[in-house]
Design a protein around this ligand. Sequence first.
Ligand code: NAG
Ligand code: NAG
Ligand code: NAG
Length: 570
Amino acid sequence: METTTTPLLHVLVLVLFLLDSAVAQPILFDPINPLLNAGPVQKKPNYETSFTGNWELVRNSSDVSAMHLAITKENKAILFDATNSGPSLLPLPAGNCRPDPTSKTNGEDCWAHAAEYDFVADQLRPLKVLTNTWCSSGGFAADGTLVQSGGFHEGATAVRYLNTCPTCDWIEYPTALSVNRWYATQQILPDGSFIVVGGRREFSYEFIPAPGQSNPSNYKLPFLIETTDDVENNLYPFVHLSTDGNLFIFANNRSILLDPRTHTILREFPPLKDGSHNYPASASSALLPIRLRSSTTAPIPAEVIICGGASHTSAALAAEKMFIPALRRCSRLTITKPSATWHTEVMPTPRVMADMLLLPNADVLIINGASKGTSGWGWAVSPNLEPLLYRPSSRRNQRFMTLAPTTIPRMYHSTSAVLPDTSILVAGSNPNSRYNYTAEYPTEFRLERFYPPYLDPELAIHRPRIVKELAPSSVTYGASFQLVFDVADLGLELADLKVTMYAPPFTTHGISMNQRLLILSTAELSLVALGRWTVAVTAPPSGVVAPPGYYLLFVVNRAVPGAGVWVQLQ
Ligand SMILES: *[C@@H]1O[C@H](CO)[C@@H](O)[C@H](O)[C@H]1NC(C)=O
Ligand SMILES: *[C@@H]1O[C@H](CO)[C@@H](O)[C@H](O)[C@H]1NC(C)=O
Ligand SMILES: *[C@@H]1O[C@H](CO)[C@@H](O)[C@H](O)[C@H]1NC(C)=O
């Protein structure tokens, strides 16, 4: 996307641009939550663009349905389906079939149900997953290993590990969990361990044991029984690690703050009225970007957002082929505030089964999904083809922007992910029980990239480029480090910049587990050569605020992010 003009030309273009830049709007902070916006105040406006994004078909087939998707620190997309949805389009290497008692061909299944997609080289490598990953959960461990839990049948108690080496494949422990975790949510904790919450007809949580060990028991969570209704509406609960080490858990229309160290429910928040928000009424949720300051003693506010969902009755109606509109509301709650109440806004269009991605510039992208019905095979119609940009720190009535539509419906079992170059990989969609090429909404294999507004080619000269060779490969908690980057903007000031750090999520069923974006504290911006700058950055204070692992580090110039570099936080 980027042009390769010289820095001097950039300067000339910049002068012309400045003469014409009165179009930009001032940045406006959310009046309801001033605390979240403390820190260096940006004085100049964001670079504005009328570009509503752009879609590109990058590959005709992922060959495996992308029900689950995650991006590794080696710049690979790991995508996988269930193992019982029929033959995929990707064979396993000859002589390397998986045993499958249900198969009519020698008790073997010779098709891959997982794949590694190299989105830089555009290459697909089959992976061999043995136990059933249908509606499972996952996250990245501190060393970058994908740790993946639960699923269906023999996979329901499994924990699987995928290391990032070029020939690595799944290592599976089928009996690691104490009970079946099907539609459960996995969340990393401050020490790098994982909790797995809920699952179909399992009203409890447990912690992923060391490889090879099996959990003898678990912790009961009656809240999950209390929030299930006639069509459940509380599966894949939203779980977010707050900045105080507690877990925010949202199920159906209620939410609690759980201390996972003492197994105590510290408080219950007010209910979210008028509808359900978890599977099959799948809304989407994110922990909004966390702004860090250099002082580590003050509590750090954390805020959650939930958008869309469906009425309590929508799934029962969809089963009868009656499709009612999804919810249009977005609601925000400051989970670090004891007396917090929900603040509600209305989206331009209704939405269920969307993905909610935190963008490198701390905006939010709402993408994929349907405007009628719920999750479930054939339970939705009216694909919502237009992504939405949501700017959490803009003024209340100026936060949404409707973006350019795709032509490909992405409903049940669709996924998406932020890539290091700041574009979005969009994959999957299979609202059928098996691979099906004739249904109204067939199994969708095409892979697209979506380029959000900040990738407007006209903003290219403002895009900071981190000098990779000079960037740290690892940083320790609380340490200060230097980031060197190139950008042609002459009058660049510290307040124009954000340095953000993104934990790549594990995405399935509209839930992006373990997604986290930190806005780091910065100091001392210096010009070190023509167009080259260095900025001092402070790493997050602890694993409570940012669990250990690999993050993408971005420099953002007045809302325009440049490509990210991977850094290990430890
Ligand atoms: C997808 O397939 C079509 C038709 O065969 C072809 O024209 C197009 O170039 C392919 N696109 C990609 C990205 O491979
Ligand atoms: C929460 O959802 C349940 C059913 O899903 C419903 O019976 C209850 O009235 C809802 N509560 C509120 C406060 O809306
Ligand atoms: C595909 O879906 C259609 C519509 O639901 C159904 O009639 C058909 O039997 C399915 N085909 C396969 C191969 O499952």
